[in-house]
Write a protein that binds this ligand. Sequence first.
Ligand code: NAI
Length: 554
Amino acid sequence: MSEANKVQSTASTAALPHGEALLHDPLLNKGTAFTRAERDALGLRGLLPPHVHTMEEQVARVLDNHRNKNTDLERYIHLSSLQDRNETLFYRVVAEHIEELMPIIYTPTVGQACQQWGHLFRRARGLYISWEDRGRIAEALKNWPNPDVRVIVVTDGERILGLGDQGVGGMGIPVGKLSLYTACAGIDPATTLPVMLDVGTENEGYLKDPLYMGLRQRRVRGAEYDAFVAEFIEAVQQVFPKVLLQFEDFANLNAFRLLEQWRHRICTFNDDMQGTAAVTLAGLFSALRLTGGKLRDQKILFLGAGEAGVGIGDLIVSAMVDEGATVEEARKRCWFVDSQGLVVKSRQGLAEHKLHYAHDAAPAKDLLTAIEQLKPTALIGVSTVSRAFNQAVVEAMSRLNARPIVFALSNPTSKSECTAEEAYRWSKGQAIFASGSPFPPCVVEGKAFVPGQGNNSYIFPGVGLGVVASEAKHVTDRMFSAAARTLASLVLPTDLEMGRIYPALTRIREVSLAIGTAVAEMAFKEGLARAKKPADVAALVKATMWEPRYRTLA
Ligand code: NAI
């Protein structure tokens, strides 16, 4: 049981809000599940219908209402309202129906909610810190009721999913992502805080919309922007010293810079880069369970050398180094093809982030030539170019490898480098496939396949849990590699048989506990934990997990 849970279960009734105030406290409210003793002790007599319901009955009522809605956006609003009324019930419903509800509380439905934020608005959740609060950000943070915040997800709303600048509507992302931290890994919701940094928007539609809720100004840029973010980060360190600060959906330019600027100074990570990299690395480790090789002996060819590709490459290098390779040797096992062809040393004007991967080799104009030249064991698509893995490409990979590893990670589905069915068909059922967007099961060569999706939700909640439990000072690449190895180790032989290189999402809390333990172990090993090392790290992590069940209040 977490400290917060203990406090809740042992608090005397005098310290608790009573009557209407209790019904309006989403962390304590149980609605119709308040027992008769609680109703008497807490001033609730007459404020609720007489029958006392079990939590199971409440769950059934929520699901019934939920499924009767006509659109996913209505379902999103329904669940948000429940979260604002009764968080325990909200998390019980989500945790028990994660496959059905994750696409509602997070992508893709959350994207629609962000786009209509000002029109759907019912009640504020989290903190909105605007450019007008500069110089007084610590004061705003101190207005938050819980001084012991452990996880913040912050955005400035500039690059929300694939939807561009959503201004303050981007708040849907920190809210949704933190819900996943709790639902998937049991981060105590009382210790989470979604934050929107409003520095303006370039979205003309919002600037003209009378219901838009953010500042009506163009985005603040340059040194002023950096100073504003720095004031926020410093205020967070002062007000919430144990917090994990996760940046989310900042524009690429700011995301790279902020991560580099802050990752060695505070406890932070960028899920778009590091979470994606870890989930892909886990996919490779799972694939190696089928092919039998070691990571450090693989030759990996990327199509696309952007944020995702280079982020994955860097983590693979770090994991190969863990297996005994030098950084130089490891980098030489990662090759990139971008829009200009193979990234090689002789190419002029290569962007900074590609230089480590520009090796001595003959230039190759296209992917197929690069495959024939390099003979890779794995092909990873992060190019946003749909159909780039055509029949000739997959056949070439299959000729070179008994079990070719083919990951088509570009999102959304329309951008995927190939479909699952194509990868299986063109490789005669031999490809080990994963994708960024989900593909339905298919039958090829008489065999049924359930393709795996590299969903970041496998990784970031567990990493957050490990960081919170160990009170880690920083989040390191070695923690992400440990998370990836653990995720791969949890894939069952029956999953692999169906072609699925990730565990079923229904096992997410078990997965997050194992990842949290591996990350906390790593924090202790690297000397980064501020918590005292217990004899049993897994028990510490398990005790940190908040469970969505009602506490007895009287
Ligand atoms: P980016 O824009 O930073 O990089 C795209 C790269 O592809 C660039 O290097 C570009 O030169 C290259 N490219 C473009 N056209 C090409 C062509 N015709 N041939 C070869 N290369 C070409 O984008 P980012 O952020 O790296 O994302 C790439 C893709 O990966 C996106 O579709 C994104 O949705 C997906 N992604 C998937 C994730 C997952 O599966 N969990 C997570 C993050 C990203």
